[in-house]
Ligand binder design. Structure first.
Ligand SMILES: Nc1nc2c(ncn2[C@@H]2O[C@H](COP(=O)(O)OP(=O)(O)OP(=O)(O)O)[C@@H](O)[C@H]2O)c(=O)[nH]1
Ligand SMILES: [Mg+2]
Length: 543
């Protein structure tokens, strides 16, 4: 800030340094009016921090934009703790701004006092209590109400404020906040802000899918932010200005997580964390998917594969960092079967990746032996594949009388399962992990052993949720992943599921688009006999 200080102003400013007020007083009327006079004359805002002993620690001239001397104190555990400092904002402007209230929250000041600096005042004069330039004061402090978060008291004259018993007030505030810390401890869900670019191809679908992924992972979405720039910014993914905005929103909404709708490059992630980091975690779509997988992996094999995928994702992002990942705290993006192992440094991670890769190779071998045995028995294998949440497991359960978990959530199934179907034609049916657009390549890699199952099939049943608004997109993604798994030329049957949710008209339209497809409702067991018949015919032809 470039202020042209007159000699007398600068002497006045000098005199303010190292001032004290009584420890039991928020501010003395003298100090308040001295600062107010200066603020009024300079037409600028002057703020200061006073500690609990009453010593003025620091002054800030101009709008507050950074308080570098104080560490933000916003960990959830520290909710009842205050900064032991009060913030006094003396300004010619009439009202407190949101930005200042956010400072109160971010640094958890004991309280904030806003003093209106004015000469020809109506407020305090009308009360017969005008002290030079300090017109009225307004107290603000944090409260336990989760929706309000702070209380702004009615305007008071500075003399009235000077008479408040500060230690008692702080005690009341701390007691109130302690109750909040208890509430928050029992409140489990993390709050997430989703960030995407509206220039991304079909970004709305991608966004709504990200929403589904977020809730599946167990967080709640508190805000969605889309920016329209042509291509991702190489430094921050979104524009630099947008990052500031996101930070403010995150603070305002008390978000725990910011989730980016694409995979971030290692440097983008580092830059964003530098700007926004601290209390909020920054993760991308890939990490979110990895987290869901980590939560869902039950079998040894599944856990192994998830850990491998997580490590492979993290390895390049640890370059030069060398910090324990445990420092990120718990929750989405940090969970995983290998959580304790994730604390080892880069070098160890590399070693671990090697070990895991070998184990996965072993698994592949075991699976291929099993497959060979199956082949010897001459029982054909039919693999169910398709987009996540299409109803694959529901179909599997209905056909095999099993009870694999089915859920209206993404990635309910992770571990492959195979059952035999005896009548009328003997074959094996397998259910496995679903697909999703932008399925992280690290995951495809790590889940090779699982997905190879599809590659061994004599017939693939591609299950499509025919009622989904993005069904055609889903089909494209499925084909794309088939290509990656090199199974695109395999014998295949398209199964249009959830037809119970379609109108007769829509169903006819789909039937004419896909004349060879089988229409079923896995949930209502509709269309099964033609499905089984068609499977039998195909298998006989292929064997
Ligand atoms: N209305 C209707 N809902 C269905 C039908 N089939 C499955 N569902 C529902 O769709 C949701 C997903 O079913 P799942 O069988 O878990 O889907 P999935 O393809 O195995 O999903 P992931 O394992 O997560 O990849 C569940 O809520 C099912 O109840 C159907 O034919 N009609
Ligand atoms: Mg499933």
């Amino acid at each position: 800030m470039n202020l042209k200080l007159s000699k007398s102003d600068s002497t006045a400013l000098q005199k303010l340094i190292d001032r004290r007020v009584m420890a039991r007083q928020i501010i003395s009327t003298e100090l308040a009016s001295e600062i107010a006079k200066l603020a009024f004359n300079l037409k600028t805002q002057i703020s200061c921090l006073i500690d609990r002993q009453g010593k003025v620690r620091e002054y800030y001239i101009g709008e507050l934009n950074k308080i570098s001397s104080v560490k933000a104190q916003a960990s959830r555990e520290g909710l009842a703790r205050l900064a032991q400092l009060r913030l006094i904002v003396v300004s010619p402007k009439k009202e407190i701004t949101k930005a200042e209230l956010l400072f109160l929250k971010r640094y958890r000041f004991d309280l904030m006092l806003f003093v209106h600096a004015d000469k020809n005042t109506e407020f305090s004069s009308s009360k017969g209590d005008f002290l030079g330039y300090a017109d009225y004061g307004q107290l603000c402090y944090l409260i336990s109400d989760l929706d309000e978060r702070w209380k702004i008291e009615e305007k008071q004259t500075i003399r009235e404020i000077g008479e408040i018993n500060l230690p008692e007030l702080i005690k009341d505030i701390e007691e109130d906040l302690a109750s909040l810390a208890e509430t928050v401890k029992t409140k489990q869900k993390e709050k997430a802000i989703l960030v995407g670019l509206s220039s991304k191809a079909n970004y709305e679908d991608s966004f709504s899918e990200l929403y589904g992924l977020t809730t599946t992972a167990g967080a709640e979405v508190c805000e969605q932010i889309a920016q329209s720039i042509n291509k991702p910014d190489s430094r921050f993914y979104v524009g630099a200005g947008k990052i500031q905005e996101i930070q403010l929103i995150a603070e305002d909404k008390e978000a725990d997580l910011i989730i980016f709708d694409s995979e971030l490059t290692p440097s983008q992630k580092r830059n964003i964390e530098k700007e926004i980091g601290g209390r909020v975690k920054v993760i991308d779509r890939t990490e979110l998917i990895l987290d869901i997988f980590a939560q869902r992996a039950l079998s040894e094999e599944g856990k192994l594969q998830v850990e491998l995928a997580q490590l492979k994702y993290m390895a390049p992002r640890l370059v030069g960092k060398g910090i324990g990942l445990s420092q990120l705290g718990g929750g989405i993006g940090t969970r995983g079967p290998g959580e304790t192992k994730l604390e080892v440094m880069r070098r160890h991670i590399k070693e671990r990746i090697n070990v895991l890769e070998n184990k996965v190779k072993d698994l592949s071998q075991i699976r291929s032996v099993q497959r060979r045995l199956r082949k010897q028995r001459q029982i054909p294998l039919v693999s169910i594949a398709g987009y996540t949440n299409a109803g694959k497991s529901t179909l599997f359960n209905a056909l095999t009388n099993s009870h694999v978990l089915t859920e209206n959530k993404l990635f309910a199934t992770l571990d492959p399962i195979i059952r035999e179907i005896k009548s009328p034609y003997n074959f094996l049916l397998s259910d496995t992990v679903g697909f999703i657009q932008d399925l992280p390549t690290t995951l495809i890699d790590a889940f090779k052993a699982t997905l190879e199952e599809i590659g061994e099939a004599d017939l693939i049943l591609t299950v499509l949720d025919a009622s989904h608004p993005n069904r055609f997109e889903h089909l494209k993604v499925i084909k794309f992943i088939y290509e990656q798994l090199k199974v695109e030329n395999y014998p295949e049957l398209l199964v249009l599921n959830k037809v119970d949710l379609l109108s007769a008209e829509e169903l006819d339209k789909l039937k004419s688009l896909f004349p060879l497809a089988l229409c079923v409702s896995a949930e209502n067991k509709i269309g099964f006999s033609s499905l089984i018949e068609e499977v039998s015919v195909k298998l006989k032809l292929n064997l």
